[in-house]
Design a protein. Structure first.
Length: 358
């Protein structure tokens, strides 16, 4: 019997990428996450899905030496087949205007990520980040990352931008993935993996029997009884009146006929306080995904923002996955996660290649 390839998750968050890895057939042997509440969520959930204890280190990766992390995980250098991880993306986000991302200390984490790759020496590593990573202003960081990879004797594929809705996630969410393979242990991997879903209206000869994108309507069924994440933000009467006057199923704030004081004199962002359209893939779940003032995050028909559970469903977390912390902390964990089905689709091809090679 072939044993499952071993995987370590850096910048693990609440465990979205790890859960995708488990569903793809990988054996998670350790994780690292700086945020205490996210690490609690990881510890409370991932071992349950893995069917064994998965040690998660709640620490800052910058001062933590890779050798010390390996000891805490009970792992050895060279034992891990694949490192996955998404270094925090705020420094590269489109929400950070002008040149705010340049010189951001969080960008050092990309380099630190590679320190771990060099020490742990996985056969494969996979980095996830936001498309802003590819902006010209960040070219030097990306160049340095590729230079470090080549010096460590890894072949790095060019960055690819994948949209989660192409892989069965009911959400439009573009993310960058960078794959590296050890030159001394080459692998044949289908990269990037072919989409499992296609846009509505795709001709049959191109569609090849694949299902169409899933719509936001997938997430709005009743939550399980006593689900601790079945809750949404409380809103002022002014906001509730705004929602009541916003057309159901995709209506925008501008359709309500009401102008909030904070938007007087300027148009503001078109999507804020807008209702989600259930006939299309949902909007990108951000770290503020339960806050209607931060995007199109109002329930399609009810007069409030989406619940934590609904946001988690947009990220294809199972309803049995429970997030720790308050509303904002849990919402941030959800928005930061790699959608489960996207992670699974990507990692299945890698897991298959690793298993064949072993």
């Amino acid at each position: 019997m072939i044993s499952a390839p071993k995987c370590i998750d850096l910048f693990a968050g609440a465990g979205g990428f790890s859960l995708g890895a488990i569903q793809a057939g990988l054996n998670i042997i350790g994780a690292l996450e700086i945020n205490r509440k996210a690490a609690e969520t990881y510890a409370d959930n991932i071992s349950k899905y893995a069917g064994k204890l998965v040690p998660v280190i709640n620490a800052d990766i910058l001062p933590l030496e890779p050798e010390d992390a390996l000891v805490k995980w009970g792992a050895l250098a060279g034992e891990c087949d694949i490192i996955i991880g998404g270094p925090p993306c705020q420094g590269f986000s489109s929400h950070r205007l002008n040149d705010q991302g340049v010189g951001d200390p969080r960008n050092e984490l990309l380099s630190r990520y590679f320190d771990y790759v060099k020490k742990i020496r996985p056969r494969v590593f996979l980095v996830e980040n936001v498309p802003g990573l590819l902006w010209p202003r960040h070219a030097e960081y990306l160049k340095n990352f590729y230079t470090m990879g080549k010096k460590a004797n890894y072949d790095l594929f060019p960055p690819v931008v994948l949209n989660a809705c192409d892989y069965g996630v009911p959400q439009s969410r573009k993310r960058v993935f960078i794959l590296g393979i050890d030159k001394e242990r080459p692998l044949s991997i289908e990269w990037p993996p072919a989409p499992t879903h296609v846009a509505p209206g795709t001709p049959d000869d191109i569609r090849e029997g694949r299902p169409f994108w899933l719509n936001a309507s997938e997430v709005f069924h009743t939550a399980p009884p006593e689900d601790p994440n079945d809750r949404h933000m409380n809103h002022s009467e002014t906001l509730i009146d705004l929602f009541k006057n916003t057309p159901i199923n995709g209506g925008s704030r501008s359709d309500s006929g009401r102008v909030l004081k904070c938007h007087q004199g300027h148009g503001g962002h078109n999507d804020v306080y807008g209702r989600i359209n259930p006939t299309k893939p949902g909007p990108t779940m951000t770290t503020a995904c339960i806050n209607p003032s931060k995007g199109r995050f109002v329930h399609p028909t009810e007069n409030h923002g989406i619940t934590l559970r609904q946001a988690a469903r947009f990220q294809t977390f199972p309803d049995s996955f429970v997030f720790s912390g308050g509303l904002m902390a849990a919402g941030e964990q959800i928005g930061n996660a790699v959608p489960i089905l996207l992670g699974q689709a990507i990692l299945e091809k890698i897991a298959q290649a690793l298993s064949k090679a072993s």
